[in-house]
Write a protein that binds this ligand. Structure first.
Ligand code: FES
Ligand code: FES
Length: 404
């Protein structure tokens, strides 16, 4: 079980959840907030739409642990909201619902539309509504209701929505700020007691057993044309090893830790679509020279997304012959916050394959003296990597179908 703290409809909420529990189940079964409906459970129909940090999100494909430290708003949170009340009335007036199953998700999306597009025409409304499915109404009444609400909101300043910037979850500063105030919804919010959002993790306080138990595991092996003794010596240099990893660099000197071997502060930059994260954290490295095995642990937070990451990287260097080395790497990691979507199986495998390729290229360049020791690592664009992997698969499938 994992403890989470979040703000739901303005109230501080603490909970203990299984890592795989979806947010919609937490809301309905633990918090009895049943306005959020479950339709497809695949992120397709929009019935489960809620706001996370003020931005619409599918609660059926969001893990409850990913909402840790977020501000969540369900339809129940809009009971006294002028915009939502205008929309409710318009839906009733224009026959915008029949069975009502899709209606909570429709209302959440409709509120988002009128907030972002006060001058939306029918085409824009239909485009923005494309992620919400209704099996009853034929959409005509729903679109008319939103058009009517837009007209009424223009002439009713009291109910007019506050304009907000466009962007998906995590692309704006956190709704739950350091110091504890939630700002995702309008009105006064109750403070929530949270750990520091931006500071470095204290390596001694990280629950590494939980990472071993619950983390996503990836295994990789690679071979380099250098003797084991050279590769093992290179791995003792935390700064140089970090520079082989796209987006990673140390931000402080390497120190000898108490039980942890070497310790250093570092930063990892990751870009996933419009979300750009800079994880600040700490690395600790331990080595077993007699068995050519080592472990690097890292934990960090990104205050902007907001997300946090913990990872353990175990490696072993083998010598298939005197001139070559084989390195086995096992990575276990846990992501929470906006970047948790990065944990999805296919995406993370594609990015890990890419990372390993680049790491090995950089490692070889450094071992052979071709790369300057002070090379600066670039941001890891995980979204671009995943997109190119998808295209590669499509190309290979097309080639197979055409018998090439
Ligand atoms: Fe979440 Fe359908 S139930 S999108
Ligand atoms: Fe029945 Fe939309 S009103 S599914």
């Amino acid at each position: 079980m994992k403890s989470i703290s979040l703000v739901i409809n303005g109230q501080n909420v603490e909970g203990a959840v299984e890592p795989r529990m979806n947010l919609v189940d937490f809301l309905r079964d633990h918090r009895h907030l049943t306005a959020t409906h479950i339709g497809c459970e695949h992120g397709v129909c929009g019935a489960c739409t809620i706001l996370i940090d003020g931005v619409p999100a599918r609660s059926c494909i969001t893990f409850a642990v990913a909402a840790d430290r977020a501000a969540v708003t369900t339809l129940e949170g809009f009971e006294d909201d002028g915009v939502m009340n205008t929309l409710r009335e318009a839906f009733a007036e224009h026959h915008g619902l029949q069975c009502g199953f899709c209606t909570p998700g429709m209302l959440m999306t409709a509120r988002d539309i009128v907030t972002r597009f006060p001058d939306a025409d029918e085409k824009r409304i239909r485009t923005e509504l494309a992620g919400n499915l209704c099996r009853c109404t034929g959409y005509v009444g729903i679109v008319k209701a939103i058009q009517d609400a837009l007209t009424k909101l223009k002439t009713s300043p009291a109910a007019a929505p506050a304009k907000r910037r466009i962007g998906p979850v995590g692309s704006h500063p956190s709704a739950v700020r350091k110091g504890g105030m939630s700002t995702a919804m309008s009105g006064e919010r109750t403070p929530i007691a949270l750990p520091s959002a931006a500071g470095n993790e204290n390596i001694d306080l990280v629950d590494w057993k939980a990472v071993e138990r619950e983390g996503v595991e990836l295994r990789q092996s690679f071979r380099v044309p250098f003797p084991r003794v050279d590769v093992w010596r290179f791995f003792s240099d935390l700064d140089q090893v970090t520079r082989c990893m796209p987006g990673a660099r140390l931000t402080g000197p390497v120190r000898d830790g108490r039980a942890e071997g070497q310790v250093a502060e570092g930063q990892v930059n990751v870009k996933l679509g419009p979300i750009v994260s800079a994880f600040q954290g700490v690395l600790a490295s331990t080595r077993d020279d007699s068995n050519f095995q080592g472990v690097v642990r890292g934990a960090g937070r990104d205050a902007r997304s907001p997300s946090s990451a913990k990872a353990t990287i175990s490696y072993a260097v083998r010598a298939p012959d005197s001139l070559k080395s084989e390195v086995d790497v096992t990575v276990r990691f846990v992501l929470s916050g906006a970047l948790a979507q990065f944990s999805r199986g296919g995406l993370v495998k594609d990015v890990a394959d890419h990372l390993m390729r680049v790491f090995v290229q950089n490692l070889e360049a450094r071992l052979s003296g071709k790369a300057p020791a002070d090379d600066v690592a670039q941001t890891l664009d995980a979204g671009a990597v995943a997109r190119s992997a998808v295209w590669a698969r499509i190309r290979s499938l097309a080639a197979k179908l055409m018998g090439r």
